[in-house]
Design a protein around this ligand. Structure first.
Ligand SMILES: C[S@@+](CC[C@H](N)C(=O)[O-])C[C@H]1O[C@@H](n2cnc3c(N)ncnc32)[C@H](O)[C@@H]1O
Ligand SMILES: [Zn+2]
Length: 278
């Protein structure tokens, strides 16, 4: 079976097309990339930094949390935004466990590329859907995909490099982002000091994308839901806060401060962006 999405991939060293061999991808220049035992392709270029990728504990927490279904309401607006006719793969940058990409592949019948800098995330993503090719790479170091090769680019709570996304996105394709609103995950910061990822800020999102994309739709997803203390812990354990606290310290902080159940605010924006003609 060939590696899903191989036609869209390119060599991180020379940019040449990649072909599929016995559990390895290689280019004409002789650069070769052995697939990991768990099925992902390590297309890691020079100067890549993989240290920002989620660690094993964060990935396990994310898997557990998503399995609980709390973010299921994001799926429909993502699917709707991803329904385009352009040719190419569906690429998910910072795909994590592949939860959103697998759903898009299931609905659209496309082939997908899930890119992440965490090998722990990719072990899951590689199994999330048979048409999903999992790729280890640093999203800030040049995407190992050829020009115009993606019909859809997903970017859900993850880093984004506007220039390179524009390069790989087909002119008739779409970029779909999911970003947290300021009140997302209230009232958790009242109980535990939370690290706020940079992409939390709406103006940062617009600033980072508006030179290369025009936003064509914006769908707010906003609801409140009761959750128990265990779920609070899982949410904190999958995010950047987990890196600040050690596992024991995080457990104690949650047990000491969070009531048995709380009402959680979930508030995100699903945005559709069209590539600007530059
Ligand atoms: C908040 S998680 C979101 C994961 C997934 N999109 C989801 O919502 O379930 C951010 C993801 O970005 C990945 N990531 C962080 N820095 C990255 C980088 N420089 N290049 C690629 N992926 C990166 C992390 O490993 C993690 O899987
Ligand atoms: Zn090469």
């Amino acid at each position: 079976m060939s590696f899903p999405g191989v036609d869209a991939l390119c060599c991180p060293h020379c940019g040449g097309a990649l072909t599929d061999g016995e559990r390895r991808l290689s280019c004409e220049e002789g650069h070769a990339f052995d697939l990991a035992r768990q099925g992902y392709a390590p297309l890691v270029g020079a100067h890549s930094n993989l240290t920002t990728g989620d660690d094993a504990g964060q990935v396990q927490a994310r898997q557990d949390f998503l399995a609980g279904g709390l973010y299921e309401p994001f799926l429909e607006p993502i699917r709707a935004a991803a329904a385009v006719d352009a040719p190419g793969v569906a690429l998910d940058i910072g795909c994590g466990t592949g939860y959103y990409l697998a759903d898009v592949l299931h609905r659209t019948g496309r082939t997908g590329v899930g890119l992440d800098s965490s090998k722990y995330a990719l072990r899951r993503a590689a199994k999330a859907h048979p048409a999903l090719g999992a790729v280890l790479a640093d999203a800030w170091r040049g995407l190992p995909l050829s020009d115009d090769s993606a019909a859809v680019v997903l970017n859900v709570f993850a880093p984004r490099n506007a220039v390179d996304i524009h390069r790989v996105l087909h002119p008739e394709g779409v970029l779909v982002t999911v970003t947290p609103d300021p009140e997302h995950l209230e009232p958790l910061p009242k109980f535990v000091r939370m690290l706020q990822p940079q992409e939390r800020k709406e103006d940062k999102l617009i600033e980072s994308l508006s030179s290369h994309f025009e936003r064509s739709a914006r769908v707010p997803v906003h609801f409140e839901t009761p959750i128990d203390r265990k779920t609070v812990h899982t949410i904190l354990a999958m995010g950047p806060t987990a890196r600040h606290y050690g596992p024991e310290e995080l457990r104690r902080a949650v047990d000491d401060t969070v009531p048995e159940t709380i009402d959680l605010t979930v508030s995100v924006t699903v945005s559709t962006w069209l590539p600007a003609s530059l």
